[in-house]
Ligand binder design. Sequence first.
Ligand code: AMP
Ligand code: MG
Length: 332
Amino acid sequence: MFKKFFILSAAVFAVLALSACASGEFSSDFFAMDTYMSVKTYEVDAGDAVKNEAERLESLFSVTDEKSEIGTLNANGRVEASEETVDLIERAIGISGMTDGALDITVYPAVRAWGFTTGEYAVPSPEKIEEARSLTDFTKVTVEGNTVSVPDGFAVDLGAVAKGYLGDRVSQILKNAGITSAIADLGGSIVTVGGKPDGSPWRVAIRDPNGEGSVGVIEVKDKCVVTSGGYERYFTDEDGVKRWHIIDPATAEPADSGLLSATVIGGGCVLCDGLSTAIFVMGAEKAEALWRREEGFEMILVTETGDILVTDGIKESFFLSEGSAYELKVIG
Ligand code: AMP
Ligand code: MG
C-alpha cells in the first residue's frame, strides 16, 4: 500500500444491499492509502470520520512519504515514534514470531528492488536479490521506549498490516459513535460492525484470483475479512511467470507457495491483515499447522490447483459460487 501508482482491484469487496439508498443509510467512497475505500453506516454518517482516520494513519505509516514516521525511520535509521507506530511495529513483530518470519516488516529492500514501490517492475539481478535478502530480518528492529531503530540499509514497510490497523480503529470509531450496523471496505480489508440493520449477517464476496467474479461469499457479523492475493499487484516476467508484490522474506523473491489468495477472518483486523500476508507466503500446509496451534482466526485459501480450503469454524458460513469450477475442502 501507499504506492504512488493506482491500484484498482480490491481483494475482497462487500456485497452491498440492492436497495441503493434506503432511508437512514449513509454511503461514502474516498481514496486513501493509495486505494479506494468505502464505508456504509446506518443512522449516523461516519464517512468523514473514517476518511480522516485513514489520512491520519497514512501520515504516520506511509513508506513513500519521507515525512511520515516510517519515512523518517527509513531515511535516518531511527525515529522518535508515536505510541501507535510503536504499537503496530511491535504487533507486527509478534506476528512474525508466530509465522516463523513469513511476515517481515523489513522486507522493504526487496519490495523496492522488484519495483513495487515505483511501478517500474523488473526482475533484479541475483546480486541485488541477495543484497535485499541480507537486509531483511525483523529481529534487527529495535524498540526502546518510543525510539525505533534499524541497522544501516534496513527499511521498514508496514504495508502488510496498516490497513488492518485502520480496520480496528474504524471499528472503534463507529462503535463510539453509537453505530451498531456498518461495513467498510478499506482497500481489501473489510471491517463489519454488527450485522445488517435487519439482523442478518453481512455477506462479503471473496474475489476469484483467476477472473473477475467471486469464488464465494462469507457471512460475518462484527468481524474483519482480509485477503492477500497475488492478483492485486503483479507483473509478468520474461518467462511468463507472474511476479507479485508479496515477498518471501527467506528468498527476497515473490512468494511461490501454491496459493493464489489467502483470506483471514477474525475479530482483530491487525492479526487478520498480518496473517493473510504471512499465510500467502507460507502456503496451505504451514497455514493449516498455524491454524491448529493458534486461536482467533479462520481462513479461506484459494490454491493454484483449483481447491478452496476453508477452516472448520466457518464451513457453515461460506457459500461457494454457483457453478464454481473450484473444489471446496474443509480443514477440520
Ligand atoms: P498485504 O496486501 O496486506 O498482503 O500486504 C502486502 C504489502 O506488504 C506489499 O505490497 C509490501 O509492501 C509488503 N510486503 C510484501 N511481502 C511482505 C512480507 N512477507 N511481510 C511483510 N510485508 C510484506
Ligand atoms: Mg496483510
